[in-house]
Design a protein around this ligand. Structure first.
Ligand SMILES: [Zn+2]
Length: 287
C-alpha cells in the first residue's frame, strides 16, 4: 500500500530537504570544494546534459551527489532510460515565478512581468541509478596552458619581491601587469582571475572596485581553485569565502544566493581564460 502523508507532513519533509540541500552547499564553500564543482561542470558534464543549464547551486548539488548527469523521472524516459528499482532521488531547487502587472516607471503603462516568489524542490536521479538506452559519449577537449591567457591579453608578468607580504597583485595602471613574488601557479591563476573578472565587468559596462574587495577576492580564489583542479592540483584556498560567510548578516538563503552568483562569475572568468589561452595555442599552431 502506498503511504499517504498529510499536507503538513509533506511541508515538513520539504523544509527539511531544503535545509539539508542548503547546508551541504554551504559546507562545500567552507571546505573549499567550490573550485572542484566548477571544474567538474566545465570538464565532466556533457553539453547535451540538461544540468548544463542548471543554476550554480544545483550544479554544486550535482557534484556533491557524485554524478555528471541527473534528470527528472520523465526526462530520463524521454531518452529511453528508466530509474532503477529502489534508486533514491536527490533534490534540486527550481525557481517559482508568478506573473505580475507592473506599471512602467516612465510611461505608466501596465506591463506583465515574471516575479520570482521562491523555490521548490524537484527530485532528480543520477545517471548511475538509471538503466536503458546508452547516452552519446562525451569527452572534454584538451586543457589549454592557462598562463597563455596573459600573452593573449598582453599582460606583462613580472617577478619580484613582495612589498606588503602579498604573493602577487594585478595592477592596471598604464599597462596591465601581474606582479608575482611566488612561483606557485595558484598565485598566477588568482591574478589571472582578477584580469578575467575585469574583462567580464567591462563587457557589462562595469569596472573593478579598487583595492581588495571581498567579492572580487572570492572570484579570483575560486578561479585559481578551479584551474588548479582542472590541471590536477589539490583543492585550493577558500579563506576569503569563509570570512565572507562569517561576516554575512543576512539570511542563509541570501548568503547562498550571493555565493552562487559569485560561483557563476568565477566560472565565466575561467571560460574567458580558457578561450584566451586556447587562442594563443591556435596562433602558435598555424604560424
Ligand atoms: Zn586578489
Amino acid at each position: 500500500m502506498k503511504p499517504t502523508y498529510t499536507k503538513e507532513e509533506r511541508q515538513a519533509y520539504m523544509r527539511e530537504e531544503t535545509r539539508k540541500a542548503m547546508e551541504s552547499v554551504l559546507e562545500m564553500v567552507r571546505s573549499g570544494q567550490v573550485g572542484d564543482a566548477i571544474a567538474h561542470h566545465l570538464m565532466d558534464v556533457s553539453p547535451d546534459a540538461p544540468c548544463r543549464e542548471w543554476s550554480p547551486t544545483n550544479r554544486m548539488l550535482l557534484y556533491l551527489n557524485k554524478t555528471a548527469d541527473a534528470r527528472g523521472y520523465r526526462q530520463w524516459a524521454e531518452v529511453g532510460r528508466h530509474v532503477a528499482k529502489g534508486a533514491k532521488a536527490f533534490h534540486i531547487f527550481v525557481p517559482r515565478f508568478v506573473r505580475v502587472e507592473k506599471a512602467d516607471t516612465e510611461t505608466g503603462e501596465e506591463k506583465e512581468e515574471q516575479k520570482l516568489i521562491g523555490f521548490m524542490l524537484a527530485p532528480v536521479f543520477r545517471y548511475e541509478d538509471t538503466e536503458g538506452e546508452p547516452l552519446p559519449e562525451y569527452q572534454a577537449g584538451p586543457v589549454p596552458d592557462f598562463a597563455e591567457a596573459a600573452t593573449a591579453w598582453n599582460i606583462a608578468i613580472e617577478y619580484g619581491p613582495s612589498t606588503q607580504g602579498e604573493y602577487g597583485f594585478f595592477s592596471v595602471k598604464g599597462r596591465e601587469v601581474i606582479h608575482l613574488s611566488s612561483q606557485d601557479p595558484d598565485t598566477l591563476w588568482h591574478e589571472l582571475g582578477h584580469a578575467a573578472h575585469k574583462r567580464l565587468l567591462a563587457s557589462q559596462g562595469k569596472s573593478m572596485k579598487p583595492g581588495q574587495d571581498v567579492e572580487q577576492e572570492i572570484v579570483a580564489e575560486w578561479v585559481a581553485a578551479t584551474i588548479g583542479r582542472i590541471v590536477g592540483r589539490p583543492t585550493g584556498e577558500t579563506a576569503w569565502a569563509v570570512r565572507y560567510m562569517e561576516a554575512y548578516a543576512g539570511s542563509q538563503e541570501r548568503l547562498l544566493g550571493s555565493l552562487a552568483g559569485l560561483a557563476a562569475v568565477a566560472e565565466d572568468c575561467v571560460l574567458l581564460i580558457m578561450d584566451a589561452a586556447a587562442s594563443v595555442a591556435t596562433i602558435a599552431q598555424t604560424a
